[in-house]
Design a protein around this ligand. Sequence first.
Ligand SMILES: Cc1cc2nc3c(=O)[nH]c(=O)nc-3n(C[C@H](O)[C@H](O)[C@H](O)COP(=O)(O)OP(=O)(O)OC[C@H]3O[C@@H](n4cnc5c(N)ncnc54)[C@H](O)[C@@H]3O)c2cc1C
Length: 406
Amino acid sequence: MHVCVLGAGIVGLSTAYELNQRGFKVTVIDRADQVGSGASGHNGAQLSYSYVQPLADPSIWSQLPELLFSPQSPLKWRPRLDYQQWLWLLSFLRACNRTDSARSTAHLIALARLSRASLDAMQEREKIDCDFSNTGKLVLYSSTKTFSAAKKQMRLQASMGCEQQALESFKCIQIEPALAQYQNQIVGGIYTASECAIDTLKLCTSLENILRARGVQFVLGHDVLRFTLSGGRVREVVTKSDSMEADFFILACGSASARLARSVSVQLPIYPIKGYSITFDLSQSDIAQFAAPQVNITDSSKKIVFARLGQRLRVAGMAEIVGYDASIDRHAVAKLIATTHDLFPGLKACPVSQAWAGLRPATPTGVPVIGKRADAPENLLFNTGHGGLGLTLAFGSAVQVASMVH
Ligand SMILES: Cc1cc2nc3c(=O)[nH]c(=O)nc-3n(C[C@H](O)[C@H](O)[C@H](O)COP(=O)(O)OP(=O)(O)OC[C@H]3O[C@@H](n4cnc5c(N)ncnc54)[C@H](O)[C@@H]3O)c2cc1C
């Protein structure tokens, strides 16, 4: 049986890997010339298995004025004459209640657990070199109010099997001494010893190499324009210069999935949330190596994450609801640099080797769209809408969608 995977981001590639493991003939199509060119390549690099709480949370209501109007806000919303944007925002606000948030959290924790098991099993087989680390994750809180809410969420997640600790600020510094000069800015942190980080681009490239060696066909540089239907099924996908027939098609085009799905009258609840990353090159200075954290850090008030990738430090954040524009805003980059210097002043002389912007394919509830849909052709499956957790969840959703191909 031939399966065609649309999209060569981390979600499409992990899907192709899982299908190949199960013995299917697989073709991967992507409009970019290189794998990992969408939201995956230079993301925050965090395997956040225990930090899956969706953005749609009841606390949003009290934070909304500050999120929308404070110049320091990590959120930017540019209202557009775009029905999809307004529909998405309304669905998002509807999901900001305790019941939906707890349901999504439970769903995502279960998916994250499957994903960890599946990624670990893949690593055990393939031994991919991609700056993997398992130094844990520390989420910092700057007010007693937000720290109390985080402890409440920790207790909820404990009932779902997550092992986390609430720490006073001095204990946070014991766990990550590079934060020493930031201690007076934090009231405490939640530490999860089992969290990991990995370079997503290296992972994507390694998966491509492994899959090519095993006979998977890659059709890169081909923009999928539409599907041809026949008898309630997709017969082929049409690109600018070619077409491809298959028995099954899996749509894994990240934030572009919604547009493609609309071409077969399927409405996916996905809208892009833009974010940025910068990467510090630590290799030139011994001081920088000690000034940068080893543990993954999230500054919850600034909504910025830090991950150590060998001789590099990846810093990522921001949430902009501005449509499909993926250009790099220098103010956002400057903010990431300034925040890094606040937390880790020893990095002031360290060069930034890369600035990047990507579009998170977000659903209102935070739960991705995986598998078949009643309104879609029966051989068109979906694996998309992973929002800010695509790296974390990719290998789990790959198992789920691959198990539906038969
Ligand atoms: C700033 C930032 C930080 C993040 N940090 C983290 C993190 O720390 N941990 C985590 O788990 N997640 C993180 N994420 C989220 C994660 O990166 C995404 O959820 C994930 O990359 C989505 O993967 P994907 O394969 O679905 O989409 P993408 O990586 O966007 O891949 C989709 C692919 O589809 C292709 N495509 C699109 N349209 C077409 C078409 N018409 N024809 C052919 N090909 C097409 C694109 O070229 C692209 O290669 C972050 C995201 C951002 C933006």
